[in-house]
Design a binder for this molecule. Structure first.
Ligand code: 13P
Length: 249
């Protein structure tokens, strides 16, 4: 059995006061971490404050990191520093980073290796644009992203990796993939991982992301291949985040 994960991605939202208000509202209301892993991925300057107040059942993640140990990379944050701050997860290769900050399949692969080396749990994002979907090439595109991201990784490492399938056309648009469509593509990702790395693919958690809301989470989580959600807009309000993480109550 794969433990489900519900992860919020705040993107570039919230002041420090807003972040503290959120964490105080949710920290002691999280589900048992053995049953559901819950994560909030916040802007870097907020991470330490959130880690200090995360409570027993909530973990904190970063939204990106650099692939090098250290160096002359102005503005970047290393995996080691995140780890030292008490951060547990890191999003890698979000489509917004790919679109606006030149993140490539190659850098995703390097960051993934660096995160694993450092002991951060990577959440690797893949997903197709509307053009690709409409031309019927979703499976080909997404599985190629997976092949490149996982290059040179041992099967042993796979269990620690979390994948998020986030179709670009569904992000922030209110147009979610249907549960059945998300399940189908995630099933294809898992089959591809199996072909690449063997049966360990059955242990990899694969999340869906793209306009997930409290009203849609249950339908998604009922699908056999979907192991959780990476949620943007609906993770910002504490009440909505609490509804998401308690989808099974
Ligand atoms: P929304 O839930 O706002 O569509 O964002 C999805 C996302 O990009 C999460 O990483």
């Amino acid at each position: 059995m794969r433990t489900p994960i519900i992860a919020g991605n705040w993107k570039m939202h919230k002041t420090r006061d807003e972040a503290l208000e959120f964490i105080y509202a949710v920290a002691d209301k999280m589900p048992d971490k053995e049953k559901i892993e819950t994560v909030v991925c916040a802007p870097a300057p907020l991470l330490r404050s959130l880690v200090k107040r995360q409570g027993d059942h909530l973990r904190i993640g970063a939204q990106t990191m650099h692939e090098s140990d250290e160096g002359a990379f102005t503005g970047e944050v290393s995996a080691q520093l995140l780890k030292e701050l008490g951060v547990s997860y890191v999003i890698i290769g979000h489509s917004e980073r790919r679109a606006y900050y030149n993140e490539t399949d190659e850098s995703v692969n390097l960051k993934l290796k660096q995160a694993l080396k450092t002991g951060l749990k990577p959440i690797v994002c893949v997903g197709e644009s509307l053009d690709i979907r409409e031309s019927g090439k979703t499976q080909e595109f997404v599985t190629d992203q997976i092949t490149q991201a996982m290059q040179d990784l041992d099967a042993d490492a796979m269990e620690k990796i979390i994948i998020a399938y986030e179709p670009i056309w569904a992000i922030g648009t209110g147009k979610s993939a249907t549960s059945a469509d998300a399940n189908e593509t995630i099933g294809q990702i898992r089959a591809h991982l199996k072909a690449l790395k063997g049966d360990v693919a059955n242990k990899v958690r694969i999340l869906y992301g793209g306009s997930v809301k409290p009203a849609t989470i249950q339908g998604l989580m009922q699908e056999p291949e979907i192991d959780g959600a990476l949620v943007g807009g609906a993770s910002l309000e504490s009440s909505s985040f609490l509804e998401l993480v308690h989808y099974s109550d």
